[in-house]
Ligand binder design. Sequence first.
Ligand code: P6P
Length: 339
Amino acid sequence: HASEAHRTDLMTITRFVLNEQSKHPESRGDFTILLNHIVLGCKFVCSAVNKAGLAKLIGLAGETNVQGEEQKKLDVLSNEVFIKALVSSGRTCILVSEEDEEATFVEPSLRGKYCVVFDPLDGSSNIDCGVSIGTIFGIYMMKDSHEPTLEDVLQPGKNMLAAGYCMYGSSCTLVLSTGSGVNGFTLDPSLGEFILTHADIKIPKKGKIYSVNEGNAKNWDGPTAKYVEKCKFPKDGSPSKSLRYIGSMVADVHRTLLYGGIFLYPADKKSPNGKLRVLYEVFPMSFLMEQAGGQAFTGKQRALDLVPKNIHERSPIFLGSYDDVEEIKALYAAEEKTA
Ligand code: P6P
C-alpha cells in the first residue's frame, strides 16, 4: 500500500539533497556539504531551544550552567552555532547574521563560493511563553571569483540559489527550496534525521486568513488600511477573513504556506520601511512563497527584485496566496495612479 511504502521509504533531507545534486553531474557537492552544515546547525539549535524552555521552567541552576558559565542567551548561542558550522563547512566566503552588525568574511584557508544570510533565532522574544520561533536563511553564490566584498551579498533576492527556515515548535520542521519547489522535513529525534513529511508544498491560490499586527492600524497607509478593512467587511457579501497573528514570522509564514492567506508587515508612519529585514527575513520567505506558487510584494515592487543597499535594510512585505497578494497590489497601484 502507498502508506506502507511511505513509511519504509524513509526520505531524509540528506538523501533528498543528494538526489538534487545528482541532477547536476558537474557539481562537486559543495552545495550539499553547505546544506548539511546548515542542517547540523538547526539540529543543535532545536535541542538548545527545547532544553532552554525546560531549564527556565524548572529553574536549573538559575542563569549559570553546571560549569558555572554564564548561561548564553539563546539567540547569541544560536548565532555562534551557525557561524561556526558555516565557517567550518569550508564552502562559504561571507556570512550576514541578524545578530552581527558587520558581515563575517571567512578566512582565505576556509573560504568557499557561497554567501549565507540568516537570522539564527527569529522571534526569540517569544521563547519564554513557548511560542514557536525559528531560523531563517538564504544562500547566494558569490558574484565572481574575486576577493569577496559586500557586493556579493547585496544582490536581489531573485539571485538566491536556496532559502529556507527551521521552525522550533511542537516539532522541529525544516522547509527548504533549492529553486525547484518547496519541501518540508520533520526532525525525528530518535533518528536525529529530518524526514520528508511535506513533499512539494503548494500554497492555496486564495486563502481565508489575513495575518497582521492590528495594533499598528492607526499608522497604516491608505492601501493597507483599505485592504484590511476589506478583509473584515467584504463589500461583495463574501465571508470575512479570519485574523491569525502569532508575532513570530516563521510561525505566521509556515501557517500561511500550508493553509493559504496573506501575511503583512506594512510600512507605517513610525517605520517607513516596515520592520522586517530584507536579506534574511523578507527574501528567504518571498523566495519560498514564489516557489510554492504564491507571491511577495513590497508595496512598490516584487520583493525578490529589490536590490538591498545595506545588509540590515528593512522593507514592508505582503506575501502569501497569489490572489490575495494580487488584491493588495491593485490597491497600491490605484494609489500610485492618484498620487
Ligand atoms: P510585531 C519577531 O520579533 C519579529 O522579528 C518577527 O518574527 C515577527 O513577524 C515580527 O517581529 C513581529 O513584530 O511588531 O508585530 O511585534
